[in-house]
Design a protein around this ligand. Structure first.
Ligand code: UDP
Length: 254
């Protein structure tokens, strides 16, 4: 078997060269979440669930006209994506106070925001992903003003759509992070949604109990976190009610 060329490896994903020109393979790993001690810990089956959840959400978004990098899911842990030029800006949309917003401004977690708030962070692990403004993005050429406009309007559209989609299955979309890329289509350069949308990049709280169904849960215990990711998949109708995902990502009826 010929070995694929590994292009990039991050905490949660590996990117390999794709099968056709202009494509890449995105492989979802299990590790990467921080546990209670701050160490990187493994949630078994997480990669399999994130692959399925991200595929599901990106497909639904494409159906309403939001362009994404996803071509198709290939198998339990991999998806074929279009090769895009990643814009080095992480866009965070918030509906409810949580995480760094609560800490930074001393606000109470769980407070509903009077309107959705969009924040930008510079994509640099070295610098710890500092918060930036639109001015930095255009002044330093990380995105053109028109591209930034597209990113903002897409992020708000994604927020409206996903808030409704999750609300319908009893989940509050508290906040989430998006990444965008540039894609050449013929002569035209388009901004498309990239990376992933999963419980690793969203805060998801149960509508009735406020129970955490996202990576914040990993800070408590690994088995609880695995259950939460499965619960999100089950509610989205991706896993049949009785399915469990085993250590190797195989899905079988319990
Ligand atoms: N987020 C992410 N990757 C990051 C930082 C944040 O996916 O590197 C997501 C996070 O899961 C949450 C939202 O962006 O849904 C806002 O995160 P926040 O700024 O509150 O930072 P955190 O408290 O997660 O460090």
């Amino acid at each position: 078997m010929s070995r694929r060329r590994r292009i990039y490896e991050g905490k949660a994903k590996v990117i390999y060269e794709g099968t056709e020109p202009g494509t890449l393979v995105q492989y979802f790993k299990d590790d990467s979440s921080h546990d209670a001690s701050g160490d990187i810990a493994t949630i078994t089956g997480k990669g399999v669930l994130n692959n399925r959840i991200s595929e599901h959400l990106m497909t639904r978004l494409a159906e309403i006209g939001v362009p994404t990098h996803l071509v198709r899911r290939l198998n339990m842990r991999e998806q074929l994506i279009r090769e895009v030029e990643i814009i080095p800006v992480q866009v965070v949309v918030r509906n409810i106070v949580a995480g760094s917003l609560a800490k930074r401004l001393g606000m109470e977690e769980g407070t509903a925001l009077p309107r959705s708030i969009v924040e930008y962070y510079y994509k640099s692990d070295e610098l710890g992903g500092p918060m930036i403004s639109e001015e930095h993005i255009t002044a330093f050429g990380w995105a053109m003003p028109q591209e930034l406009d597209d990113m903002l309007s897409m992020a708000l559209r994604v927020n409206d759509f996903l808030s409704g989609l999750f609300y319908g299955v009893g989940i509050r979309l508290v906040d989430f992070q998006l990444e965008f890329g540039r894609l050449w289509q013929g002569e035209e350069l388009r901004i498309v949604l990239a990376d992933e949308i999963s419980p690793d990049s969203c805060r998801l709280w149960d509508l009735e109990t406020d129970e955490r169904l996202d990576r914040d849960r990993a800070r408590l215990s690994m088995s609880e976190a695995a259950e939460a990711y499965q619960e999100v998949a089950r509610r989205l109708g991706i896993l049949p009610q009785s399915d469990v995902v085993d250590m190797h990502g195989r899905s079988h009826a319990s």
